[in-house]
Design a protein around this ligand. Structure first.
Ligand SMILES: [Cu+2]
Length: 234
């Protein structure tokens, strides 16, 4: 194995106007990879040709069909137990049920930015909210307004009812109509070394229990590693 990743699947209930999860609730609207919802999740970066393992563990109360674009993987392990090679199933979706863990392996031979996500639509929407307290920290009303300003076409006030006079000011207010698209982009807010070089508005398409598997040519990979070193040195 050249690279070995761990993804913990988690879920929370973070209702509008709250910045911390409600731990009494069992109706989850905020789904994460390693505690971060896309696009704030961290892309998995790797070099072309490497053999990759991703261990996925489900700590929540829902099952998650975890789907990888671009590759057919082998499912090689269950709950930490490596399976005999003769029974490794091949596929591109691993169903990781409650209290289960699945290891997948593949050869990263195709350069690209490949989506890696739970395939349940609800789990990639995260209530279709533009911002959430749990991933971004508490938003003041002014910050919430600014966040909306970053996303043209996402003005809640034009879409909603009189019972909620100023929905723009409510963190996590659901948006009803939108799931993904350039209007959801927040590239600058989620920028990190691992997002270097992604196309403009990429973040509008990576929501909820989702991240990117980024297979890079060596020069690009080295550049990202250099950026990480610089960020660590700060
Ligand atoms: Cu899911």
């Amino acid at each position: 194995m050249d690279r070995d990743f761990l993804i913990a699947l988690q879920e929370y209930s973070v209702l509008p106007n709250n910045t911390i999860p409600n731990s009494m609730s069992m109706e989850y609207n905020w789904l994460t990879f390693n505690g971060k919802a896309g696009p704030a999740s961290t892309p998995l970066v790797m070099k072309q040709g490497e053999r990759i393992r991703i261990r996925i563990i489900n700590l929540g109360m829902d099952h998650h069909p975890i789907h990888l674009h671009g590759f057919t993987f082998w499912e090689t392990g269950r709950e930490g137990a490596r399976q005999p090679e003769a029974i490794w199933p091949r596929g591109n979706t691993a169903l990781v049920g409650v209290a289960q863990a699945r290891d997948i392996e593949f050869i990263a031979d195709r350069v690209g930015d490949w989506m890696f996500h739970c395939h349940l639509p609800h789990h990639m929407m995260n209530q279709m909210a533009s911002r959430g307290g749990v991933t971004n920290g508490p938003l003041t009303p002014a910050e919430a307004m600014k966040a909306m300003g970053d996303m043209p076409g996402m003005d809640h006030a034009s879409m909603h009812n009189a019972a909620v006079p100023d929905p723009n000011k409510i963190p996590l207010y659901p948006q009803d109509a939108f799931m993904e698209g350039p209007m959801m982009a927040m590239d600058k807010d989620v920028e990190k070394p691992e997002t270097f070089g992604l196309p403009k508005n990429w973040s509008g398409f990576v929501g909820g229990m989702m991240t990117l598997v980024r297979v890079m040519q060596p020069e690009m990979f080295d550049k990202v590693m250099e950026l990480k070193r610089q960020a660590g040195a700060k």
